[in-house]
Design a protein around this ligand. Structure first.
Ligand code: FES
Length: 147
């Protein structure tokens, strides 16, 4: 039911971890299942995403989509990173089963939330970026599987 790419990113997720003093951090929750995702961005002075890491308390599809999403935004500038939609991530993974499509939204939303955090810290506006809807605050997470 899962593509080889999904299984690969689930079994060997890329860019798992944290970035200390990240330029932007975004944490979002999936209203449908309660799973949580956090993305850390390290953005240089030319607005290029130098590094990205993620952590998720979520299902396998959330792990795989986050892993792929971090690969897709790494090295991009912030405008290009905004184009990394859940659809683009799913295409890069050769698709997801329909019941798992909502999982792919976490990565997109977490990237947007991290970009929003970066913009707020810098006092800038990023064209086309909307305020994240489902921000989750520190300490509200429920323990599940951690990657
Ligand atoms: Fe929650 Fe997949 S079931 S993110």
């Amino acid at each position: 039911m899962y593509s080889e790419k999904v299984m690969d990113h689930f079994n060997n997720p890329r860019n798992v971890g944290e970035i200390e003093d990240a330029s932007g951090v975004g944490t979002v929750g999936n209203a449908k299942c309660g799973d949580i995702m956090r993305i850390y961005l390290d953005i240089d002075e030319n607005e290029i995403i130098r590094d990205v890491k993620f952590k998720t308390f979520g299902c396998g599809a959330a792990v795989a989509t986050s892993s792929m999403a971090t690969e897709l935004v790494k090295g991009k500038n912030i405008k290009e990173a905004l184009q990394v939609t859940n659809k683009a991530v799913m295409e890069a993974l050769d698709g997801l089963p329909p019941v798992k499509v909502h999982c792919s939204l976490l990565a997109e939303e977490a990237i947007h939330a991290a970009l929003w955090d970066y913009a707020e810290k810098k006092g800038i506006q990023i064209e086309g970026l909307e305020k994240p809807k489902s921000d989750v605050h520190e300490g509200e997470e429920e323990e599940e599987e951690e990657y």
